[in-house]
Each structure stands twice: as C-alpha cells, then as structure tokens.
Design a protein around this ligand. Structure first.
Ligand SMILES: [Zn+2]
Length: 323
C-alpha cells in the first residue's frame, strides 16, 4: 500500500486543520446565538460548567452522590430542551451551533481508531487519479467502458481480446507493489492498449497504490529538462517514475530514438526491474522493429521480464522468455 507520498502529505496537512475549522465555525454560530438570545447565552454558560459542577458534587462526599448527579443531569436536560425550543421558535435548527464535521465517522481526523477513514481514502484516490496522469482518460477509459463486442472483427481477434481483458482484470485485482509483474502490450493503435492500461491504472489507484502513467515522450522530456540544466532538482514527477508502485509507459517507439533516449529507457526499466517494481509498457512497434531500434540490453529485458500480449486480429500471444 503506497498512496502517492506528495498527495498524502498535502491531504494529511489539510486534515490536520479540518477538525479545528469545524469547531471554529461552530463557535462562530454559538456567538451569533448568544448575541441574539440572552437566555441561550445563560443556558450555555450553565451547561459549560457541567464538568466542574459534577466534580463539586463529588467533593461534597459520597453520600447521595448518585442522586445529586442524576438531579444535575435532569436539570441539564431541561435546559437543553428549553434552548432547543428558543432556537426553533426563532427559525433556527436545534443543533445550529453544534460542531458539524464533514465526515461524522472520523470527526474530520481521517482516521477511525488506527484505520484510515473512507473519506480520507477517497480523497487520496481522487488525488491519485490526478497525479497519475490519467485524470482525464479515466472518465472514458475503464473496464466498465471497454466493449469486447467491438473486437468481433474475427473470432480469433475476439478470443484474443477476451483473454487479454481477463489478464488485465486479474492483473489489476491482484496487483501488489513490488510483485515484479510486468506487461508489454504490442500492436497498432486503436486496438485498446491505452484503454486497458488506463483501466488497470484506475483499479490499482482505487486499491490504494501510487500509479504514474505517461507517454514515453513526456517521460523523456522530464529527463531532458535535467540533462540540459533547465532544472537542477529532479522533479517530483521524475522521482515518481522510479518510486511509484506501478509505472505505465504509453506509446514507446513514438519518440525520436537516439543514444540518450535508449539510455533513459534502459536505466528506468533496469532500475525498476531490480526493485521488482511493476511496469506496463504499450508500443506500436513489432518485435523486429523493437530489436532494430533499441539495443539488445533493452530488448532482452523487455522480452525476458515482461509478459507480452499482441493486440490484433491474430491470436499472437508472444510467450515470455521469447528471446
Ligand atoms: Zn472520515
């Protein structure tokens, strides 16, 4: 489990001030009531003294203590009723000045006991969509919107896609950080490689993992920024390419390939493989083109360490360890 650390830091910070903001807002509403209704102000002063009054009763001795405390509670109950009546008679809800947390389950702390509250998880997931780079894609590209029937060009294509779809679903459902399971999606554009990798990303983010998704060209741009001294510190995003739980590289092969791009690719893949950090790579290149374009070090890593799936008419699952 590893939500994006930057998101986690920001959202935790926000949560730290959240309960106090809810209490401050309640205090402002109480002040408003006290100003308008003197009786309410008096009642609230008495109610606020409940703790010290109970203590005072206890200090008077044990004899009849239970009865005295019960009496005090009954008085308070009467006062609360009276207070509610005054408010309602003046058009206020009875709980007007109560503290209203956005999430009553965790009182806006983000945790219920030691468990992370659903509200915090949801925030982290939404932030995860954005920081992953698939924020916009997710709206239209998920398992729910993947239409297998559109792959009925031929029966073999249909069966192939059905198999790939089930591999993708199970990959997403059983994903674990550091499980070292890598997928290579090959085939021409428009056959669902991006759609299915986005679908996987969505599920994996929802399961609480940190996902980074981008085209290889954009990834290269980040490395080039640094190479040409335009940025001195590795960007948050660049750090993410190495440290995220799942890295999805889209459109490998669309870049202008040279020594620099090959070394970026090799270092990235190799570092992640050494850390058993999972990757999904999409490419329009065919096996032969791949070998021509990249060196053996890259292709042997790709074919040796990735499960390859061919997106197109023929059922062309390229077996692992093909090289
Ligand atoms: Zn909550």
């Amino acid at each position: 489990m590893g939500y994006n650390p930057e998101n986690y830091r920001k959202i935790r910070e926000e949560y730290e001030s959240k309960p106090q903001r809810a209490r401050d807002a309640a205090k402002r509403r109480a002040d408003e009531l006290h100003e308008r209704f003197e009786t309410v102000a008096q009642i609230d002063r008495v109610l606020a003294e409940t703790g010290p009054r109970i203590l005072g009763e206890a200090l008077k001795g044990r004899e009849g203590l239970d009865d005295r405390i019960a009496r005090l509670r009954a008085e308070n109950e009467e006062l609360r009723k009276m207070r509610a009546q005054i408010l309602e008679a003046n058009g206020y809800p009875a709980d007007y000045s109560s503290v209203k947390y956005e999430c009553p389950k965790c009182s806006d702390t983000g945790y219920v006991g030691v468990e992370m509250c659903d509200c915090l998880k949801k925030r982290l997931i939404l932030a995860g969509y954005e920081s992953s780079g698939i924020g916009k894609l997710i709206a239209t590209q998920s398992f729910e919107t993947f239409d297998l029937e559109k792959c009925r060009g031929s029966e073999r294509q249909y069966e192939n896609m059905k198999k790939i779809l089930s591999v993708c679903r199970s990959y997403a459902d059983t994903f674990e950080a550091g499980n070292g399971r890598n997928l290579l999606f090959m085939g021409t554009t428009g056959l669902g490689k991006t759609h299915l990798s986005t679908s996987i990303a969505k599920v994996v983010i929802e399961r609480g993992y940190d996902v980074v998704y981008d085209t290889f060209q954009n990834i290269l741009n980040d490395f080039e920024q640094e190479r040409f001294g335009r940025s001195t510190e590795p960007s948050e995003r660049k750090r993410g390419y190495y440290s995220c739980d799942l890295l999805i590289i889209d459109d490998l092969g669309a870049e202008l390939t040279n020594q620099f791009t090959i070394s970026v690719l090799y270092n990235l893949i190799n570092t992640r493989l050494n850390n058993s950090a999972p990757m999904i790579i999409n490419t329009n290149l065919l096996v032969k083109e791949m070998r021509e374009r990249y060196n053996d070090r890259v292709t042997s890593r790709l074919y040796g360490e990735f499960e390859s799936y061919m997106f197109f008419g023929e059922d062309m699952r390229i077996k692992k360890n093909l090289s």
